[in-house]
Design a protein around this ligand. Structure first.
Ligand code: GLC
Ligand code: CA
Length: 554
C-alpha cells in the first residue's frame, strides 16, 4: 500500500488515536513506546484506518500523561528516539497510513528549559514574559491574582516565592505560555515545520481555544464573573478573537507543504457559530465536536447532533469530525450503558459520579453498553466526515474502574484528593493476547494495572472470530471506502419505523439504520451489508434493539 495522493484525505478519514504509553511496549519496561507501535503497524493496516493520531510522545515529566511537554521537538527517551520516530512514520506510510501528531501550545511542562529560565530570572525579565506571571495581591503579595480554579483542581496561580505567581489552567506542572510573545509564536511555527519536515501529515491542536489571553483587567474578574462572561471576546482566556490570528499564521506554514497539512483543533466552545471559526480553511481546517460523546442514547439526540454539525461544517467549508471515545472520557462501552443525563456538562457530572462510586452506582449492564458502543461505531462510520477512533474501542474495552488509588496517575485524582477519579480507566494498556504478564502489551507488567478480565477482550481472541468487535470494525472500515466519494446525507423519515429508529441514506444509495430502543424493528427491503449485533438481521428482517445495520437499497 502507498499513500493516496488525495489532498482531501482528511475530510473523510478514519483516524485511530494512539495513546503511546498504553499501546504496545517493545522493550518490556512497562511503558508503551514508538517501537511498540511500529511492531503493530500490520494490525493497524488490517484494521483499515486511514491515519493514526499520536498523543504526545515528547520528553515529559508525565505530570499529565505527556501533555506537559518539556521539549516539543524531541522524543521522550522512555518512548524512543527521533530515529525510532522516523522508522515508525516510514512503516505507517508504507502501509498507507498517515500520521497526525499532537501539538500542545497552551502550556509547556515545568521542566521545559524556558520555564526553568523563567524561574531563575527576575520579574519583568524577557524569560518571564514567555509565560504568564503576575504579582500577588495583598500587602505581602502572597495572595493569588484571582480565584480561578484549575482544570485539575486547586487554583490556577502558583507562587514562585518572590511575590509573583504563574498561571496554569491545568496542572501546576503545566505553566501557560504567553501567546502575545513573538518568540513563543515563532517557536511553535518552528515545531510545526520540524514535524512536517519529518513527514508528519497533520496535527491535532490541544486546547486550541485558550491560547490568546488578556489578563490586564484590575482587578481580574472573579471565577463567578467568568461564568457569567462565558467564552468569547470578553473572556480573559477562552475563545478570544485574537486566537484566530495565531491559527492564520499556522495555516500559512501548513499550506507551504505539499499536500497542505490539515489540523484539527480541540475546541471546547459550545457556541457552534464560534467553534466553526477554528475549522475555516484559512485556519486549522477542522475542529473537534464532542457532541456525540455527550449525547444521550436516543434517536432524537443523535439526529440533532448530526444535523447541526453537518450544517456547521458545510458553512465553514470543512467536514465534520465525530468522536465517541478518547483518552479524556469514560469509554463508550461503559458510558453508553449509563442512564440519560440530558447531554452537555450534565453528562460529565454523571460520568464522574459513576466513577466515584467505583462503577457501582448506577449499576450498568456491560452487555448493553457494548451493544450500544458497537451500534454507535457503525452509526459513526456511516456518517460523512472524519471518524476518530480511540485505541481499544475496536476491542470493545470497557472503562476500567478497579484501579487502586496508589496506581492512579491522572493529576486530577491527586490534586482533588481523590474526589475526581479522572481518566486512567480509559488509558489502561491494551490486551493483545490472552497470555503473558500484561496480555501481550509487553514482556513485563504494564504501567497501569490491567484487570484479569482484559484477557477476554484480547485482540488475539477476537482475530478472525465472526461477530467479534474487532471483526466488526474491520468489516465496517473496509465497507466505508464506498461511502467516501459523496459527502451528502439525507434523513430517511419512514412512518413505518418506530420512533426509536434513526435512518439516513448516503450518496451511494446505502442506508444506515440505528435502533436506539430495546425492541426489534422490522427493516425495509434491501441487502444487509453489516449489522452491529452478532445475531444479525434474521429472516424476519428484524434489527435487534441497540443495534445498527447498513443496507444497500434500490
Ligand atoms: C487536552 C488533552 C488532555 C490534557 C489537557 C491539557 O484536553 O486532551 O488530555 O490533559 O488538554 O493539556
Ligand atoms: Ca517500553
Amino acid at each position: 500500500m502507498t499513500l493516496s495522493d488525495d489532498k482531501n484525505w482528511w475530510r473523510t478519514a478514519a483516524v485511530y488515536q494512539i495513546y503511546p504509553r498504553s499501546f504496545a511496549d517493545a522493550n518490556g519496561d512497562g511503558i508503551g513506546d514508538l517501537n511498540g507501535i511500529t511492531s503493530r503497524v500490520d494490525y493497524l493496516a488490517q484494521l483499515g484506518v486511514d491515519a493514526v493520531w499520536l498523543s504526545p510522545f515528547y520528553p515529559s515529566a508525565l505530570a499529565d500523561g505527556g501533555y506537559d511537554v518539556d521539549d516539543h521537538r524531541d522524543v521522550d527517551p522512555r518512548l524512543g528516539t527521533l530515529a525510532d520516530f522516523d522508522r515508525l512514520v516510514a512503516a505507517l506510510h508504507g502501509a498507507g497510513i498517515r500520521v497526525i501528531v499532537d501539538i500542545v501550545p497552551n502550556h509547556t511542562g515545568s521542566g521545559h528549559k524556558w520555564f526553568r529560565e523563567a524561574l531563575a530570572s527576575p520579574r519583568g525579565s524577557a524569560a518571564r514574559d514567555r509565560y504568564v506571571f503576575l504579582d500577588g495581591l495583598g500587602d505581602d503579595a502572597d495572595q493569588p491574582p484571582s480565584d480561578w480554579g484549575a482544570a485539575f483542581g486547586g487554583n490556577v496561580w502558583e507562587p514562585v516565592g518572590d511575590g509573583q505567581f504563574y498561571l496554569h489552567l491545568f496542572a501546576r506542572e503545566q505553566p501557560d505560555l504567553n501567546w502575545a510573545n513573538r518568540e513563543v509564536r515563532d517557536d511553535f511555527l518552528k515545531t510545526l515545520r520540524f514535524w512536517a519536515d519529518r513527514g508528519v501529515d497533520g496535527f491535532r491542536v490541544d486546547v486550541a481555544m485558550a491560547l490568546a489571553k488578556d489578563l490586564t483587567a484590575r482587578p481580574l474578574p472573579s471565577a463567578a464573573e467568568l461564568e457569567r462572561i462565558g467564552p468569547g471576546p470578553d473572556h480573559p482566556y477562552t475563545d478570544r478573537d485574537e486566537v484566530h490570528e495565531i491559527f492564520r499564521e499556522w495555516r500559512a506554514v501548513l499550506d507551504s507543504y505539499d499536500p497542505p497539512r490539515p489540523a484539527v483543533g480541540e475546541v471546547w466552545v459550545d457556541d457552534p457559530a464560534r467553534r466553526v471559526l477554528y475549522a475555516l480553511s484559512s485556519e486549522l481546517g477542522q475542529a473537534f465536536n464532542f457532541d456525540l460523546l455527550r449525547a444521550d442514547w436516543s434517536a432524537e439526540a443523535f439526529r440533532a447532533v448530526v444535523a447541526r454539525n453537518l450544517q456547521l461544517a458545510a458553512a465553514a467549508g470543512s467536514s465534520s469530525t465525530w468522536v465517541f471515545s478518547n483518552h479524556d472520557v469514560v469509554r463508550a462501552a461503559s458510558r453508553l450503558a449509563l442512564p440519560a443525563a440530558g447531554g452537555g456538562d450534565a453528562s460529565y457530572a454523571r460520568d464522574d459520579a459513576w466513577l466515584q462510586s467505583g462503577g457501582l452506582t448506577p449499576a450498568i449492564d456491560p452487555a448493553e453498553g457494548l451493544a450500544r458502543a458497537r451500534a454507535a461505531a457503525l452509526f459513526m462510520l456511516a456518517l460523512p466526515g472524519s471518524a476518530y477512533l480511540y485505541q481499544g474501542e475496536e476491542l470493545g474495552l470497557p472503562e476500567v474502574v478497579e484501579i487502586p488509588p496508589a496506581a492512579r496517575q491522572d493529576p486530577t485524582f491527586h490534586r482533588t484528593g481523590g474526589a475526581t477519579i479522572g481518566r486512567d480507566g480509559a488509558r489502561v494498556p491494551l490486551p493483545w493476547s490472552e497470555e503473558g504478564p500484561s496480555f501481550g502489551f509487553g514482556s513485563g507488567p504494564a504501567h497501569l494495572p490491567q484487570p484479569d478480565y482484559f484477557q477476554t477482550y484480547a485482540a488475539s481472541r477476537q482475530d478472525g472470530v465472526a461477530g467479534s468487535t474487532l471483526e466488526l470494525y474491520r468489516a465496517a472500515l473496509r465497507l466505508r471506502e464506498a461511502l467516501r466519494a459523496d459527502e451528502s446525507l439525507a434523513w430517511v423519515d419512514d412512518a413505518d419505523l418506530p420512533g426509536d429508529v434513526l435512518a439516513f441514506s448516503r450518496g451511494n444509495g446505502w442506508r444506515c439504520y440505528s435502533n436506539f430502543g430495546a425492541a426489534p424493528a422490522v427493516l425495509p427491503p434491501g441487502r444487509v451489508l453489516i449489522c452491529s449485533d452478532p445475531a444479525g438481521v434474521g429472516a424476519k428482517r428484524e434489527l435487534p434493539g441497540n443495534a445498527t445495520a447498513w443496507l444497500a437499497c434500490g
